[in-house]
Design a binder for this molecule. Structure first.
Ligand code: ATP
Length: 266
């Protein structure tokens, strides 16, 4: 499966595009990391991909078929969205939150059936979070909530997962836990598109990086090719030294012979 945006123009009003000339594709098993300064347009791009705002121009395709005419439910059965962990206004059990992932498969007013429960249980197994199932969602830590939201998206049985800064507000250990899960999901064949504020995460976990600046794509390609001292200076106005650590990558996502890290100098 290949998910692509061709000649995309995204924004909130036709006469005021936020992003122009957006072209990228992501295949099954690939992780695409979107980088850009605050306000560069990452969330706007996500909202467009999810059909929350209409694409102003261009076409989103799955295997070369335009998804322009797809219903909300069809989009939800193909694309899962994982927001940043939040506190919902109501008290839900963890299992209820995960079962919400089945909404796109249920008729209006229908309750989850045995099959839906089995799919939710499968998502729980994949993420190894059965210890959380009997808790209230609000009682969980930020990292645990993020895992539950990933399980909810998995219960949608999507082919593509979109994640908006999945590690924001997580401590170092929880960041690694969530990123390791993302890596495993890509190995299971999911396409993953995630926004990040950490170029290091793109080196470690992604096959492709897409850099946004000035209302368009600054560059897109393999992280090793496009995340450079020059591009980080241009994107974030930060002088950075990129260092080869000599440590072999644990993940196939990176094509580097050793892991690179970004050290800010200014
Ligand atoms: N609902 C909206 N209506 C009009 N303009 C908006 C709306 N939401 C965001 N924008 C504008 O779109 C631009 C891109 O914002 P966006 O939230 O996509 O950036 P971002 O890269 O996700 O930023 P951050 O890293 O801070 O989350 C900004 O100039 C913002 O003011």
């Amino acid at each position: 499966m290949v998910f692509a945006l061709k000649n995309g123009v995204c924004g909130y009003a036709p006469n005021k595009p936020i992003l122009k000339d957006i072209n990228f594709d992501v295949s099954s098993g690939e992780v695409l990391c979107i980088l850009g300064a605050n306000g560069a347009g990452k969330s706007t791009l996500f909202k467009s991909m999810l059909g929350l705002i209409p694409i102003l121009n261009g076409v989103l395709t799955v295997d070369n078929e335009s998804i322009a005419g797809w219903s909300r439910a069809e989009i939800a059965r193909t694309i899962g969205y994982i927001p940043q962990a939040n506190n919902p206004p109501f008290s839900y059990s963890v299992l209820d939150v995960i079962l919400m992932g089945r909404t796109a498969y249920l008729g209006l007013f229908a309750s989850p059936k045995k099959e839906d429960e089995e799919i939710a249980e499968d998502a729980i197994r994949q993420l190894n979070i059965s210890r959380l199932v009997d808790k209230r969602y609000q009682e969980l830590s930020g990292g645990e909530k993020q895992l539950v939201l990933i399980a909810r998206a998995l219960a949608q049985l999507p082919k593509i997962l979109i994640m908006d800064e999945p590690t924001a507000a997580l401590d170092f250990g929880n960041q690694q836990m969530v990123l390791n899960q993302i890596h495993k999901l890509s190995q299971n064949g999911l396409s993953i598109i995630m926004a990040s504020h950490f170029p290091d995460h793109a080196f470690l976990y992604s096959h492709k990086a897409l850099l946004l600046k000035d209302g368009g794509i600054y560059s897109v390609g393999r992280p090793n090719d496009v995340i450079t001292e020059e591009s980080l200076r241009d994107l974030y106005a930060v002088e950075t030294k990129i260092i080869n650590t000599g440590i072999q990558p644990r993940y196939a996502a990176t094509d580097a012979s050793d892991i690179k890290i970004c050290v800010p100098l200014s």
